[in-house]
Design a protein around this ligand. Structure first.
Ligand SMILES: C[S@@+](CC[C@H](N)C(=O)[O-])C[C@H]1O[C@@H](n2cnc3c(N)ncnc32)[C@H](O)[C@@H]1O
Length: 157
């Protein structure tokens, strides 16, 4: 039914703005879990998302508990470099399901206990050891387009 990006306590407005722009251009829903490291009036956020905010389906939550209470069913994926399996080994092709990709904070990632509680749902985007991690907005774009590719780019041309 939908592809969803969930940002856990995002800190850098330009990253969230970039992700919002990709969501606007693909019909993917965006969920932001507070606290946010910026004001939603932040000019870096607006600049990165530019004129596209009106096209973004965006929902705010006060914590992970509130998010899961609002979405009691769905396919959840924890996007983390600590995931045991690459993102491409997961099947996102069923467009009748709600797929939720949950990304961590720019500085600290997802809470370790959250990852440890769902190891089978944790997925990694392959990279080498030259960097500590990929940029958050790049990882969101990678997951969004992998899911869209598996669903044959619904409503896109
Ligand atoms: C800048 S990274 C956070 C780095 C943090 N020090 C950590 O240990 O996770 C921000 C987010 O981008 C995503 N990310 C970055 N690199 C990733 C990778 N190779 N595989 C999966 N997710 C990644 C994760 O969602 C991560 O929480």
């Amino acid at each position: 039914m939908s592809i969803n990006v969930v940002l856990y306590q995002p800190e850098i407005p330009a990253n969230t703005g970039n992700i919002a722009r990709t969501c606007a251009g693909t019909g993917v829903k965006l969920h932001l879990i507070r606290p946010l490291g910026f004001s939603t009036d932040d000019k870096m956020l607006k600049r990165a998302g530019l004129d596209y905010w009106e096209h973004v389906d965006i929902t705010y939550y006060d914590g992970l508990d509130e998010f899961f209470a609002a979405h009691p069913s769905g396919e959840y994926y924890l996007i983390t470099k600590f995931g045991a399996k690459p993102h491409t080994t997961f099947d996102f092709s069923d467009s009748e399901k709600d797929h939720f990709f949950i990304f961590g904070r720019e500085t600290k990632g997802l809470p370790r206990e959250f990852i440890d509680a769902h190891p089978d749902r944790a997925l990694r985007i392959p990279m080498n050891d030259n960097i500590r991690s990929l940029n958050l907005s790049n990882t969101a774009a990678i997951l969004i387009y992998e899911a869209l590719r598996q669903q044959n780019y619904p409503n896109l041309h």
